[in-house]
Design a protein around this ligand. Structure first.
Ligand code: PEP
Length: 251
């Protein structure tokens, strides 16, 4: 079902003590029934503790990545089954930093998406164009290919476990945000692409988040767009006060 969602991607920030302190504060300050579903994605090393800390609250824990194989000789990697063993049932896949620094291709991401679905996990699937692609007005084509090659192989029924996150690379961590109109234009395009590939019902049910320098002062306007269902938040999710203000931007 289409929901409002705010997800914090902590990247390689916050050790165990910092995770504990943040989540203890967040769960105390968060209203009992927030207007948005709230996710925090800490480092692997904090996942178990994070899950234990928030398990009786509306806050959910997500992983930032996973490997597509179930087990084996893949030094340094973590499988869907391992994530589930510590209580984690949501994973971010396709973040632009994974694509850029760890050579994650659409083809590899399609395998990860399939592995996550097979394990009955929820996927937050990220995609978005780079600055040169936006300047060349290729952003719709780039986004379409990322979706077609990375996630459009799923069956219609799998989409209940999918959250999409449009993250223009030029807006991530740069302080430069897509305008609410730019975000809306791409989100509407994504929803139409899903309707064309599957059907209108599937398109209307999926939550599409915007990510890229969302802050307390711009969240309300961005989340107010018709096809924007919330945000994937990097920098501002490291500050509990800012993150809470973004969660409360729906109210
Ligand atoms: C992100 O990394 O997903 C992100 C959106 O980062 P920031 O909010 O810092 O731009």
């Amino acid at each position: 079902m289409r929901k409002n969602i705010v997800a914090g991607n902590w990247k390689m920030n916050n050790d165990l003590a910092e995770t504990s302190e943040f989540l203890t504060h967040l769960k105390m300050q968060l209203v009992k029934e927030p207007e948005a579903e709230v996710y925090i994605a800490p480092a692997y090393t904090s996942l178990y503790h994070a899950f234990q800390t928030v398990k009786d609250t509306p806050i959910k824990v997500a992983a930032q990545n996973m490997h597509h194989e179930k087990k084996g000789a893949f030094t340094g990697e973590v499988s869907a089954q391992m994530l589930q063993s510590v209580g984690v049932t949501t994973v971010i896949l396709g973040h632009s930093e994974r694509r850029a620094h760890f050579q994650e291709t659409n083809e590899l991401l399609a395998q990860k998406v399939s592995a996550a679905m097979e394990a009955d996990m929820t996927v937050i699937f990220c995609f978005g164009e780079e600055l040169k692609e936006r300047k060349a007005e290729e952003h719709f084509d780039v986004v379409k290919i990322q979706l077609q090659e990375g996630i459009f192989h799923l069956k219609k029924e799998d989409w209940k476990n999918v959250i999409l996150a449009y993250e223009p690379v030029w807006a991530i961590g740069t302080g430069e945000t897509a305008s609410p109109e730019q975000a809306q234009e791409v989100h509407a395009f994504v929803r139409k692409s899903i309707a064309d590939k599957y059907d209108r019902e599937t398109a209307d049910e999926v939550s599409i988040l915007y990510g890229g320098s969302v802050k307390p002062n711009n969240a309300k306007e961005i989340f107010g767009q018709e096809d924007v269902d919330g945000g994937l938040i990097g920098g501002a999710s490291l500050n509990a006060i800012d993150f809470l203000a973004i969660v409360n931007a729906f109210e």
